[in-house]
Write a protein that binds this ligand. Structure first.
Ligand code: FAD
Length: 116
């Protein structure tokens, strides 16, 4: 298994970034104001320009063109990031995550107390 590098390598960076993105979506408002929706759209656009793995960011920007961020609710945004992550999983030939279970993984925690 890859060790956590210092500075971050692309695995540690990816893992940490998904952790932030899924957690941010899990705590996004159920009914975001139009300002919050606009800000989240901007965050995603800017994130896609500066994510410090150029080929990753480029593919993500390409995916964004046909997958408009669902910023209208917490559950919409959570599902959207889950789909974005599954797109990368597919590319890397990793198992796809069941997006119905997003809250168990990133908000409430698995019933058995495990973490992953
Ligand atoms: P990760 O994929 O980092 O996942 C961490 C945890 O998230 C998993 O253990 C699981 O519990 C949970 N999880 C898995 N799938 C989902 C899902 N769909 N929804 C919610 N939770 C989930 N790496 C590359 O090599 N090439 C790329 O082009 C590339 N593009 C990336 C683009 C972005 C925007 C980001 C943030 C990362 C990208 N990465 C890319 C990194 C890659 O996605 C992984 O983070 C990295 O390979 C480490 O994988 P991991 O096995 O630790 O699990």
């Amino acid at each position: 298994a890859a060790k956590y590098g210092c500075p971050a390598d692309s695995l540690a960076l990816g893992r940490g970034t998904w952790r932030l993105l899924h957690t941010m979506a899990a705590y996004y408002p159920d009914q975001p104001s139009s300002q919050q929706q606009q800000d989240m759209r901007s965050f995603i656009t800017l994130f896609s320009k500066f994510y410090p793995c150029p080929p990753c960011a480029e593919d993500f920007r390409e995916w964004l063109k046909t997958n408009t961020p669902k910023v209208d609710s917490r559950s919409g945004l959570s599902q959207w990031f889950c789909e974005a992550h599954n797109e990368v999983n597919k590319k890397l030939q990793k198992p796809l995550f069941d997006c119905k279970r997003i809250n168990e993984r990133w908000l409430d925690g698995w019933a058995d107390g495990s973490c992953d």
